[in-house]
Design a protein around this ligand. Sequence first.
Ligand code: 1GP
Length: 237
Amino acid sequence: MIKTNRNLVYKSILEAVQNQDKLLSVLIDPDKFETTITMNFLENLPYSTRFLFVGGSKVNDGKTDVVVRELKKRTHLPIVLFPGDVNQITDEADCLLFLSLLSGRNPEYLIDQQVKSITKLQFSPLEIIPTGYILIDGGSVTSVLEISQTKAIPQHELSKIIHTALAGQFSGKQLIYLEAGSGAKHPVSPEIISAVKDSISVPLIVGGGIKTEHQRESAFKAGADMVVMGNAFERSM
Ligand code: 1GP
């Protein structure tokens, strides 16, 4: 039998949405993270950080486990896995975004990786959140595009973006994640964020290429419930 999880992360996201409390998550790529500076890294995070996301596009056997364990020793922030590959799943974390790459047509990231993950997840205590992951063109070839061998949806194809998000919601995704890709030249535009937010009723996450406070605030203002920032904090890694 599949163990029930505690649903703490999703519950706190829903509560935040209800209270119009905006959420900041910081993404750690285990391939780039030096565990020796964990404390320093954590001390330099904005006070408003609510979740630590851990994951990267590259396959990294075992490294995620080490990084998550180290973070767990030093912070009470919930650790959310944001895996680029089934190898990055570890029970050491609190929660897993169970991602389906809805913008692409590569079965590996629509369902194959998900099926492969079940040997790890069937009896896992991880909270699992079904998440529709949508790549939006951010003006650069990011590693998620390279690895997934898919195309991002151009920013001007607004109705395709909205329909993809809604198709995700109607197929049961509890979160929709608009991703411009790590290091993207252009983050997802405020117009896209507000159009998607107006169309869906599940929480909306936005990430990729958000480097400044201004960009973060304009994503929030447009309707993002959560913003994920990675590169902006990598200096302190
Ligand atoms: C998370 O891929 C992003 O959605 C992180 O992107 O590294 O550009 O902040 P950055």
